[in-house]
Design a protein around this ligand. Structure first.
Ligand SMILES: [Zn+2]
Ligand SMILES: [Zn+2]
Length: 274
């Protein structure tokens, strides 16, 4: 078990830079590492370069947050054509949507007498895709919240006064996007959403795998999703969903791994798409 295929970097909401994460993975003894930032592939090249230097295989990918009737479903896309214009156009649209959402959240906060400048939040996000955790950090800095969780509970979570819903793709659109740039679409941690009845439909759209092993899944879920994957002829992937120190407490790099044969299977599928 040597491949952790689900990790985030500073390119989205992780706390480790791509190269830094690759070094951690190397130190941890992993043979392969998946880079799956939210709605971006901007961290992939740096990881590939560092992986080459250190002799650890990098599996390029991304994670799309999609919405099905108010339920979040995450779609992983492995080995997308990184240069494909269709990929960058779609990701740019999502980036614009993130910015409009940020402005709307800050307006609501201003209405509550809390002044946070867009520039400050963008500065906090750095290279990453800007989102609620960054606004939360700004709230914490200004003393409006004890920590990130508190900021969500008070202001940013659903139903709270500065909540703004987000533009999202449907799961089908996410899968189609991945397929259109010859990537392999995998349903991420399906246990979190618990909408298993959608899986056959998603397979029809082009879903090729299920993330069976994930830090949100217990043994029973692992067995269930392994069964579904087997039945439907899907690749069984897995990973920790590590976001780096200080994010998602309790999850460590390499907490969930799969064997290198899974990487091989993904690569073989990619080859067939050529
Ligand atoms: Zn996810
Ligand atoms: Zn993730």
């Amino acid at each position: 078990m040597t491949a952790d295929l689900h990790c985030h970097t500073t390119a989205s909401d992780g706390t480790a830079a791509p190269a830094q994460l690759v070094r951690q993975a190397k130190d941890f003894g992993l043979k392969a590492l998946g880079i799956t930032d939210h709605d971006t592939v901007s961290g992939v090249q740096e990881a590939l370069d560092e992986g080459k230097r250190l002799g650890i295989e990098i599996v390029p990918g991304l994670e799309l947050n999609t919405d099905f009737e108010g339920v979040e479903l995450h779609v992983l896309g492995y080995y997308p054509d990184l240069e494909a214009p269709a990929l960058h156009e779609a990701l740019a649209r999502m980036r614009d949507a993130r910015l409009s959402r940020l402005r709307a959240m800050l307006e609501k906060l201003a209405g509550l007498g809390i002044d946070i400048r867009v520039e400050r939040v963008l500065q906090i996000a750095g290279e990453g895709s800007v989102g609620r955790p960054h606004v939360a950090q700004a709230l914490q800095e200004l003393g409006y919240a004890k920590d990130i969780r508190d900021a969500f509970d008070r202001y940013l979570g659903p139903g709270r006064p500065a909540y703004v819903s987000r533009y999202k793709l449907t799961p089908e659109q996410g899968i189609e996007l991945v397929a259109s740039v010859r990537g392999i679409a995998v349903l991420a941690h399906p246990g979190s959403a618990g909408r298993d009845e959608l899986i056959p439909r998603l397979v029809q759209t082009g879903l090729r795998g299920i993330e069976v092993y994930h830090t949100n899944h217990d043994k029973e879920m692992e067995r269930k999703y392994a069964g579904i994957a087997e039945e439907m002829g899907l690749i069984m992937t897995g990973g920790s969903d590590y976001h780096g120190p200080g994010r998602k407490e309790g999850i460590r790099l390499g907490d969930r791994t799969v064997s290198l044969t899974v990487v091989q299977e993904l690569k073989e599928l990619k080859e067939k798409m050529r």
